[in-house]
Design a protein around this ligand. Structure first.
Ligand SMILES: Cc1ncc(COP(=O)(O)O)c(C=O)c1O
Length: 371
């Protein structure tokens, strides 16, 4: 079976982990600091705070920004449930908004309609790695005093108008889970410029402990500490950072290969009736997943046929306003609901061979050709 996704990991990652083992310091320490500095340099940003998942990056960012009970956060419904869980965890309200059909990214017109006096943040998701219209969102944010917290889980390595995602804007959150553009095994990062928020996030990621962080970066533990705020055990470990350091060195290779695969898929699928390919800007996008829209209620049949041919598929995602736990916040989102029934994720990962790519193309094409 060709899986939808898989990490590309090997001896380089093991060698970095070995170095951590040799220090005897597995938790938050100098390797995390090194990983953060690597990303700081890459993004040209003042603060990169590494945490243990993309979910906790989003949670801790919203928490440090003071988002809480009855505050509203505008977020697309078509995203991983993590984006919504972090909002409800703070007892804030997710306000679901529409997406546009070409990119599956947040619909700016609908965002504007959904702003109220309680809107404290907007959380765009850079779907499949394609950047949202950040100029429009940051303008709205400035005008209305609303913070833009980017869920950039899909978009490490992507750019917007020549600027790397994470190199500008208010707050950017990345995920380094096993299938992301680079992985730490599990991991995430909050990236921002503001010193005050960065300090809060740093403290919150390690149980609200104030004094200890700099000692830990030197793999030391000081005996004195103060707990000064609500915090969580969300920090990244040296082991996970070691994987990230090895992965980062391969980022350009990963992006280049995945772009080639996306281009082959696009060329093959663009002219098939019954499929719509998304709009890609491969100059700027580090592709995360490859999603097609399957029209005319054919998705279930296609999934079955692909399975028989050894091609794995996925659905990213089921709209959150249709999920039982979030139905309290549901609203009418016809575009999202239609897209939610059409989207299908095809295999895309660095180690996919040309033969495997051809197998996927052939399996999809023959399904529609026999119609
Ligand atoms: C859009 C989006 N947001 C947030 C997350 C959460 O990231 P993590 O899995 O690292 O917690 C993911 C992960 O799949 C995601 O796809």
């Amino acid at each position: 079976m060709i899986p939808v996704s898989r990490p590309s990991i090997g001896i380089e990652e093991l060698n970095e982990i070995k170095k951590v083992f040799e220090t005897g310091w597995l938790g938050l320490g100098s390797t995390v600091f090194e990983f953060e500095n690597t990303l700081k340099e890459y993004l040209g940003r003042r603060h990169v705070i590494a945490v243990n998942t993309g979910t906790t990056a989003l949670h801790i960012a919203l928490d440090a920004l003071g988002i809480g009970e009855n505050d509203e956060v505008i977020v697309p419904s078509l995203t991983f449930c993590a984006s919504i869980q972090v909002i409800t965890a703070l007892r804030a309200m997710p306000v679901f908004c529409e997406i546009n059909q070409a990119t599956l990214n947040i619909d700016i017109k609908d965002v504007k309609k959904k702003i109220t006096s309680r809107t404290k943040a907007i959380m765009p998701v850079h779907y499949c790695g394609t950047s949202c219209d950040m100029d429009a969102l940051l303008d709205i944010g400035k005008e209305k005093n609303i913070i833009i917290v980017e869920d950039a889980a899909h978009a490490f390595g992507s750019s917007y108008k020549g600027k790397k995602i994470g190199s500008f804007g208010d707050v950017t959150c990345f995920s380094f889970d096993p299938i992301k553009n680079i992985t730490c095994g599990e991991g995430g990062a909050v990236v921002l410029e503001n010193d005050e928020f960065a300090e809060k996030i740093r403290r919150k990621r390690i149980l609200g402990i104030d004094k200890d962080t700099w000692h830990r970066y030197r793999n030391e533990r000081s005996w004195f500490y103060e707990v000064t705020t609500q915090g969580y055990r969300y920090h990244m470990s040296n082991i996970n950072a070691a994987i990230g350091i090895a992965q980062f060195k391969k980022l350009d290779l990963f992006i280049q290969r995945k772009k080639e695969i996306v281009q082959r898929y696009n060329d093959a699928f663009e002219n098939i009736d019954g499929i719509k390919v998304l709009s890609w800007n491969l100059k700027e996008t580090a592709p995360f997943t490859y999603i097609i829209r399957v029209l005319n209620n054919k998705r279930e049949d296609l999934i079955e046929v692909l399975k028989e041919k050894g091609v794995g598929t996925g659905i990213h995602y089921i709209p959150n306003h249709l999920q039982p736990f979030f139905k309290h916040f549901a609203t009418s989102l016809p575009v999202t609901e239609k897209l939610g029934e059409e989207i299908l994720t095809l295999p895309l990962y660095y180690d996919m061979t040309d033969v495997q790519v051809s197998t996927v193309i052939e399996a999809v094409s023959s399904f529609f050709n026999r119609e």
